[in-house]
Design a protein around this ligand. Structure first.
Ligand code: G6P
Ligand code: ZN
Length: 701
């Protein structure tokens, strides 16, 4: 077993590490600052109870975005790694770690200087080819000729400014990050999804359900995880100039509650040191003593306080097992293999791709051609991995919702996921299902169509800005109902107390109490289950009940909540605050509000109540204030204004507009037409253009 030592590294606080709605999200360049990630990780360990740190099991993985591998464990396989391959092996064997480390740093510096110089050389292309060939063959034999060539060519680069800057960067950035800090802080083991990939819902499932194995592949009972670092910025773009993020999830599989995130933030303001272990970096699997996150298996290390294991495991199998225990896979398989039913799934190059083929193709028999963008990529293929009508362009076009109406008949069902696969968008042929309707329809059909719910629903819940479609279902089915602030953690408390089975948010999140995160693939399987159930007698003969039929029938029974959301992204933060302050001030006089409203649009009903949403958690009694500004109208219409808690730059203003229509003869209108008068009122009331300088929103959903 490889030995390791723990060191205390001095550090100084950063002032900007306050976790938002879902953890800390910043540009990659911010995370790359020396000690930035380390400070946050150590501040998190310091905010937990000792039982959740010392001797504990931690999951570390994420959506695979750029910088994730560095965050999990430094992974660069460099020239110097290959050069000192035998030396490294030997020094570990005979435990000469300190002297080995010193040699290695020198060889790294050497590598950096020479390779940066190589970039400027006319023949560098050929040299890079040789270098790549050497890495592929893993052969040390061609190292020496290369070295001498590099050596000769790189002498003048000691004078190069470029190299000096890179050298400085290296000195600051070397030797990253979470796995080493876990060992340094006395954790017992770290679980990593293969290639560092785990969707956010899969992390939640893994924390709650998984049993680990030891080096001999024997189950280690009692190895249940106590928490996880999820490396994701969710639906924000990825890449060297885009976003990275990290959030901590608790023992119940859900995001850390405000009590913990506040403590983490306090710790980040006073942190003085962090603990880290000198574990070896990731290395090709040819040497068993190095951790290779591309290969499933357990690697054990020995520190002064005992053993530390890193287990790399299959990213999908625990999650698939859970899905099979919830849904009737056989009936979904019948639907997907019926020639009448066509299907399309777009992972937007996020981590959902690591699950889509296994679940939809291998388990449920969908055609491989029904998967779009299902190869996870560090930069999401340059796209914005947010499943909505603006960003899921390819799927939207394929489903016949784009501007150009292609000749090809669109599939019956389409769905997309965000970067970390907790969000979902559900589409029918030329038909968009709003997330607010989606959760209401799932709740209305769950007991009949999904075996997991056959005994009945414990209750349902939605976030405040989500439309009241779910409220109507809850009332009609006599279910417990909760309205919570934006953020999945609020549902978690209700679920832990056995008060809620199904919940959802307008922000394309839908889920249930099978885990403590929203779940993009679960939502798709829920819809496929409903379709399978409604078509159980039609697959042989008879007309297919489509997604659109299901939604329209739902409106006919429960009424329709016309709904739209306008997003103004990357607005000046000061201007956004002023706009919100103005709306709060206005609330003190409803007479004034109604004068403004009728001046803008005479045919909308009156504002009867206006407030800032405040929530008292029925389980722990905690109070969350300032959760969005509401204007409620006499006819049930609502305007809600909120600042997003998930952006990484500037401010995003969200404007939610909703109108209820009970008359079945009026539920079939185009939603933007139906809502146009209320939209005009919202823009006028908030003086949107005056404050933001924007004449149109960035995204409309
Ligand atoms: C994340 C959270 C959701 C929340 C959403 C809101 O996805 O997990 O629970 O609804 O962010 O984002 P916003 O940008 O509106 O704060
Ligand atoms: Zn997400």
């Amino acid at each position: 077993m490889v030995l390791f030592n723990v060191s205390r590294v001095e550090t100084t606080p950063f002032g900007d590490q306050k976790p938002g709605t879902s953890g800390l999200r910043k540009k990659v360049k911010v995370f790359k600052q020396p000690n930035y990630l380390q400070n946050f990780v150590q501040s998190t360990f310091n905010a937990l109870t000792p039982q959740n740190v010392r001797g504990a099991t931690l999951v570390v993985s994420g959506d695979g975005r750029y910088f994730s591998k560095d965050a999990i464990q430094h992974e660069k396989v460099s020239f110097s790694d290959h050069l000192d391959h035998p030396i490294k092996h030997l020094s570990y064997k005979i435990n000469l770690l300190p002297s080995y480390q010193a040699c290695r740093q020198l060889s790294r510096v050497w590598e950096l200087l020479s390779s940066s110089f190589l970039l400027h050389l006319p023949f560098s292309g050929r040299i890079r080819q040789l270098h790549a060939a050497r890495i592929r063959s893993r052969s040390p034999l061609i190292v020496w000729p290369l070295l001498s060539e590099k050596y000769l060519r790189s002498l003048p680069c000691f004078l190069s400014l470029h190299s000096a800057v890179l050298l400085l960067l290296f000195v600051f950035l070397g030797g990253v990050i979470i796995t080493k800090m876990a060992a340094g802080n006395g954790l017992r083991r770290v679980w990593v999804g293969q290639n560092g990939l785990l969707s956010t819902p899969a992390v939640s499932a893994v924390i709650r359900e998984r049993v680990g194995v030891d080096v001999s592949n024997r189950l280690v009972f009692g190895s249940k995880a106590t928490g996880a670092f999820i490396l994701t910025a969710s639906h924000n773009p990825g890449g060297p100039n885009e976003d990275f993020g990290i959030k901590y999830n608790m023992e119940n599989g859900g995001p850390a509650p405000e009590g913990i995130t506040d403590k983490i933030y306090e710790n980040t303001k006073t942190i003085k040191e962090y603990l880290t272990a000198d574990l070896p970096d990731v290395y090709p699997s040819s040497l068993p003593s190095y951790v290779d996150i591309t290969t499933i298996g357990v690697t054990s290390f020995s520190g002064s306080e005992g053993q530390f294991d890193v287990e790399v495991f299959d990213s999908a199998s625990d999650y698939i097992k859970l899905m099979k225990s919830i849904f009737d896979f056989e009936s979904i398989r019948k639907l997907l293999s019926s020639p009448k039913f066509t299907f399309c799934y777009d992972a937007l190059h996020g981590v959902a791709g690591a699950y889509a083929k296994r679940i939809f193709v291998e388990e449920l028999g969908a055609q491989e051609s029904s998967l779009l963008n299902c190869v996870p990529k560090e930069d999401f293929g340059g796209g914005h991995p947010d499943p909505n009508l603006t960003y899921a362009k390819e799927l939207v076009a394929r489903m016949g919702l784009g501007k150009s109406n292609s000749e090809v008949e669109p599939p019956e069902f389409g769905a997309a996921a965000d970067g970390d696969a907790d969000r979902n968008m559900v589409l029918g042929k030329r038909f968009f299902v709003t997330p607010s309707d989606s959760v209401a329809i799932i709740a209305a059909n769950a007991v009949e169509a999904i075996p997991y719910f056959s005994a009945g629903l414990k209750g349902v819940a939605r976030s405040m800005p989500t439309s009241a479609a779910l409220d109507v279902v809850a009332k009609s089915l006599n279910l417990k109902f909760f309205e919570v602030p934006t953020g999945w953690k609020f549902f978690g408390n209700l679920m832990d107390a056995g008060l809620c089975s199904v919940c959802g948010e307008e922000s394309f999140g839908t889920g249930s109490d099978h885990i403590r995160e929203k779940d993009g693939i679960w939502a798709v399987l829920a819809w496929l289950s409903i379709l399978a159930y409604k078509n159980r007698e039609n697959l042989g003969g008879g007309k297919l009940v489509t997604v659109e039929d299901i939604v329209r029938n739902h409106w006919a029974s429960y009424g329709r909540h016309y709904y739209t959301r306008y997003d103004y992204e990357n607005v000046d933060a000061g201007a956004a605050k002023e706009l919100m302050a103005c709306l709060v001030k206005l609330q003190s006089s409803l007479t004034e509000v109604n004068e403004i409203v009728s001046g803008i649009q005479s045919d909308v009903s009156k504002v009867v109540h206006a407030d800032e949403f405040e929530y008292k958690d029925p389980v722990d009694g905690s109070i969350s204030k300032h959760q969005g500004i509401r204007y409620l109208f006499e006819d049930g219409s609502r305007l809600v204004f909120r600042l997003s808690g998930t952006g990484s730059e500037g401010a995003t203003i969200r404007l939610y507009i909703e109108q209820y229509e009970k008359d079945p003869s009026k539920t079939g209108r185009d939603s933007q037409d139906a809502l146009a008068p209320l939209v005009a009122v919202a823009l006028g009331l908030s003086k949107m253009q005056e404050f933001t300088g924007r004449s149109a929103p960035t995204v409309i959903t």
